[in-house]
Design a protein around this ligand. Structure first.
Ligand code: NAI
Length: 256
């Protein structure tokens, strides 16, 4: 029995990186997928083609999820597309590297609106749908190890993921009576386009690897496996948690 047979999953920012890996993993387990990105391009078509080849259905809905109006529209269109929505994976996220004293309001808004505000109102739209139809639901938020550990020069990013940590803790309690579970996945360093600069700079990469007990970056598929677990009935008693997928980075200890 496939874990997502007959189910529909919406994954934001899902035409590359971790989001694309989540889409492929959940489709391989029977889900129909709503893909999202700011605009449709050949990457989206490529993921649709792979999902179709697995015998599942996939549609792309363009929406910039940093704007609540757009993310509410995305959830509504996703529900209309396959007539149901069982799980929401809030994956889209952005980061900006600046000294704290140089961060502009535009950069702050760009990061916070994408990583937190849009997520907040996307979950709200999904919860309204579940409540109105008396349906269970599952939410998985793509957080980061930086909901827990510091990342100098990424203050807005840390604030957004820290906010996501408390949003999830809070909503787990508020949504449990509605039979809606919500959890975070916190990747460490994963080889995706967001880390292009790191991947191309051996000095930065080697410094980072010193802090990772497993001495390697994660693969998008390794994050997707945990997302699929949390979205599935295998995690029926899991809510309000963060699952770290970080090769030991968060709580590593360097032996002297
Ligand atoms: P990525 O940059 O490869 O992919 C992110 C996707 O989201 C892109 O397709 C992008 O176009 C889309 N996106 C960004 N803003 C959007 C918006 N406003 N509306 C719609 N789509 C939007 O990044 P990656 O690495 O796959 O990251 C995915 C998530 O994982 C993010 O939330 C990120 O913060 C988180 N993460 C990633 C880590 C890593 O090492 N790669 C580590 C910790 C967390």
């Amino acid at each position: 029995m496939k874990r997502f047979e007959g189910k529909t999953v919406l994954i934001t920012g899902s035409t590359q990186g971790i989001g694309a890996a989540c889409a492929l993993r959940m489709a391989s387990e029977g889900a129909n997928i709503i893909l999202n990105g700011r605009k449709f391009d050949e990457r989206g078509q490529g993921i649709i083609d792979q999902i179709t080849a697995m015998g599942q259905q996939a549609r792309f809905i363009a929406a910039d999820v940093s704007d609540p109006k757009n993310v509410i529209g995305l959830v509504t269109s996703a529900i209309e597309t396959f007539g149901r929505l069982d799980a929401l994976v809030n994956n889209a996220g952005v980061e900006r590297n600046h000294d704290f004293w140089d961060v502009t309001e535009d950069e702050y808004d760009f990061v916070m609106n994408t990583n937190l505000k849009g997520v907040f109102f996307g979950i709200q739209a999904f919860v309204k749908y579940c409540r109105a139809n008396n349906r269970p639901g599952v939410v998985v938020n793509m957080s980061s190890v930086h909901e827990e550990i510091i990342f100098p020069h990424f203050a807005a990013y840390c604030a957004s993921k820290g906010g996501l940590k408390m949003l999830t803790r809070n909503l787990a309690t508020e949504l449990a009576p509605l039979n809606i579970r919500i959890n975070n996945v916190a990747p460490g360093a994963v080889a995706t386009p967001i880390n292009q600069h790191l991947l191309e700079t051996p000095e930065l990469l080697n410094n980072l690897l010193k802090n990772i007990p497993m001495k390697r970056l994660g693969k998008p598929e390794e994050v997707a496996a945990v997302v699929a677990f949390l979205a599935s009935e295998d995690a029926a008693y899991v809510t309000g948690s963060t699952y770290f997928v970080d090769g030991g980075l968060t709580y590593h200890y360097e032996e002297q």
